[in-house]
Design a protein around this ligand. Structure first.
Ligand code: MN
Length: 254
């Protein structure tokens, strides 16, 4: 029997037809982490998941807009007790966002401190061109919960460090494309790696990925780990169950 599909980083609310896609999700054997980019979006986005217990909504504040949304940090704090999932949060060191680095680090530190105060959360983390700094900040907040590095694109040394400090990973279809990403994927721990679409931003041959369309990510992991895609499905589902059973304030239990 095939394991259910895991899409652990998807922006349901940013598709043009989220309600229709949520209805479609009902027919998929899939678990979805619906991430948000602003605290203001959380309430409406979590409403999309009503009636579908396989969709969980994460509370986020995306680093690319951190400088415009500093005033939503109090709302972040107010909503945090309502969810066990935080994301999308993190840092973005690309040239176009580096000018707001100070605000980005302020927001990321604030969020990790709030998660610590709240006894921990599962946290979907953006680290584009900023892996070293993301890891440094995560290390300052060891009790913030379980960080899941989404779309990891750092170096092998940074990946080793991330594994060392207890990070998890979520891998998307794009990781199949370059030799470098395939090498990274092969290093990712089999008991701490999930799959994701990052839809609607991620595309495959010009096709916008829909929630749960993670087939190519399973292929990437199958190549990297030298196992069959079906075995990957089983491994990813087992890891997901560990994460989904994460108890606030408690250790992860298999
Ligand atoms: Mn994203």
């Amino acid at each position: 029997m095939l394991a259910p599909v895991i899409d652990f980083h998807c922006h349901l609310d940013l598709y043009s037809n989220p309600e229709q896609l949520v209805r479609r999700c009902k027919n998929l054997d899939a678990y979805i982490l619906s991430v948000t980019t602003t605290p203001k979006a959380w309430r409406g986005t979590s409403r999309l998941a009503l009636g579908n217990s396989r969709i969980r909504t994460a509370l986020g504040l995306h680093p690319q807009i951190a400088h415009q949304r500093l005033n939503e940090l109090p709302l972040f704090d107010a909503l945090l007790p309502e969810t066990r999932y935080v994301g999308e949060v993190g840092l973005d060191g690309s040239p176009e966002f580096k000018s707001h680095w100070q605000e980005q680090t302020k927001v990321f530190n604030h969020i990790l401190a709030a998660a610590t105060q709240a006894n921990g959360r599962v946290i979907s983390v953006h680290s584009r061109r900023a892996v070293a700094d993301v890891l440094k900040i995560l290390e300052c907040h060891p009790d913030a919960g379980v960080p899941v590095l989404h779309w990891f694109s750092g170096t092998k040394a940074e990946l080793a460090r991330a594994i060392d400090i207890g990070c998890w990973f979520s891998v998307g279809p794009a990781m199949l494309l370059s030799k470098r990403s395939r090498e990274l994927v092969s290093m990712m721990p089999r008991d701490r790696t999930l799959t994701e679409t990052d839809g609607p931003f991620a595309e495959e041959h010009g096709h916008q990925l829909k929630p749960g369309e993670v087939g190519r990510a399973y292929e990437a992991l199958a190549l990297g780990w030298n196992v069959s895609p079906n075995e990957v499905g089983g491994l990813v589902y087992s890891s997901f169950k560990v994460l989904a059973s994460y108890q606030v304030g408690g250790p992860l239990e298999a």
